[in-house]
Every structure is written in structure tokens, then in C-alpha cells.
Write a protein that binds this ligand. Structure first.
Ligand code: G3P
Length: 218
């Protein structure tokens, strides 16, 4: 499963990239607003660090505006992916962009038919949101499973990108049901490599080694 980082923080992106396992980046208007930086400048910085797909979201709600916004974003770097909402206007813009060789990430997906239409419109990525469904008491993993089955049934090449990931168990379940990608906050990327038995086991190994190599006072 590919791992993207879900942030606009350049420090977190650099730190995740240094771990050697980062495949791409997703941003959204809320994440960029939190950083208080110029959107285009930040995207350029991100693309200089990460060669994989970097999703940049439009804020227009009509397809013509989405296509206008996409133009300068696509000039930033070759690895920019245009992120559009799962609306009829988003679908129309997706079809236009993907027909012209532009990679599109269809975001805010909460039901499998949105994912089916996004695939038919040529989307590169579909982003079902896990945490926000869980917040409503719905089992988000059912959605990933349904999209996986539909895509496999019809050979759609759109990649399933699990978004709104809140904790490591989301990632375990996504990997088990066959999500292609998960986009993950930096905190959760760090948690992926943690286990208290690893820490205590390592401490015991190092303590035993040090004891063997410490000259006895007698
Ligand atoms: O990738 C979408 C993500 O940023 C939304 O996450 O935690 O705000 O639902 P969250």
C-alpha cells in the first residue's frame, strides 16, 4: 500500500520524506489555511521535496472555475494532481482534465456510486473519507471494500486512496481490504513504527550488552 502524507506543513513533509517510505502528498484548503502561507509557493516547496503525486485542491464550485484554477496549479510542477470535489461539476471537470492527460483526485467521497462515476470520468485517485464516516457511526471500511469490489469487477484503474485517516487501525484495515493508497497525518505515520515491546526489548538488549562489556570492579 502506498503512503501519502496529508498535510501542508513542509517540516512534517520533510520529516516523513526522510523516513524513506513516502509516496506522495495530499493537501486541502483547511490544511493550507492552518499553515497561513501562500498556496502556490507552498506547493512548489512540497514538489521540490517529494517527487510523487502532490494533490492540490481547487475551491471553485463550478466546473469552469475549477478548470481555470487548475491551469496555474499544473504549471507549478509535473507531479501536481488536481483535487476536485465529488459533485456533478467536479465530475465534469474531472472528465475534461483526465481526457487531456491531467491526473485528478476526486475528494469528499462518502458513497460507492460517487467512486464509480469518478472512475468513469477517468479519475487517477478517489478519496473516500474514513474518519468522517466513523464520526457518524457508519463503518467506513465497508465503503473501502465496496469501492474495491466495484473497481475490480469492472477493471477501473482509478486508485483507491483512503483519506481522513485518524489512527493506525484504519491503516491495518485499509491494507487488508486492498486500498491502493492511504493519506495519513504525520502523527499517525510516526505511530506506524511504534510498539512498546520494541522499545522495552531494545532496552533489554542494550542493557545486557553494556553489562557484559562493563569491567567488573572486583
Ligand atoms: O484527506 C482528507 C483529510 O484531510 C480529512 O481529514 O481528519 O479532517 O476528516 P479529517
Amino acid at each position: 500500500m502506498q503512503i501519502y502524507i496529508d498535510t501542508a506543513s513542509i517540516e512534517d513533509i520533510r520529516a516523513a520524506s526522510d523516513m524513506g517510505v513516502l509516496d506522495g502528498v495530499t493537501t486541502n484548503p483547511s490544511l493550507v489555511a492552518k499553515e497561513g502561507v501562500d498556496f502556490h509557493d507552498r506547493l512548489k516547496e512540497i514538489c521540490d521535496v517529494v517527487p510523487g503525486p502532490v494533490s492540490a485542491e481547487v475551491v471553485s464550485t463550478e466546473s469552469d472555475g475549477m478548470l481555470e484554477e487548475a491551469k496555474p496549479l499544473l504549471e507549478i510542477a509535473d507531479n501536481i494532481v488536481i483535487k476536485l470535489p465529488c459533485t456533478v461539476d467536479g465530475l465534469r471537470a474531472c472528465k475534461h482534465l483526465s481526457s487531456n492527460g491531467v491526473r485528478v483526485n476526486m475528494t469528499l467521497c462518502f458513497q460507492p456510486l460517487q467512486a464509480m462515476l469518478a472512475a468513469k470520468a477517468g479519475a487517477f485517485l478517489i478519496s473516500p473519507f474514513l474518519g468522517r464516516l466513523d464520526d457518524l457511526g457508519q463503518d467506513s471500511m465497508d465503503l473501502i471494500q465496496q469501492i474495491r469490489t466495484i473497481y475490480d469487477n469492472y477493471g477501473y484503474e482509478t486508485k483507491v486512496l483512503a483519506a481522513s485517516v485518524r489512527h493506525p487501525m484504519h491503516l491495518v484495515e485499509c491494507a487488508l481490504v486492498g486500498a491502493d493508497v492511504a493519506t495519513v497525518p504525520f502523527k499517525v505515520i510516526q505511530q506506524m513504527m511504534n510498539h512498546p515491546l520494541t522499545d522495552s526489548g531494545l532496552k533489554k538488549f542494550l542493557d545486557d550488552w553494556a553489562a557484559m562489556n562493563t569491567p567488573s570492579s572486583g
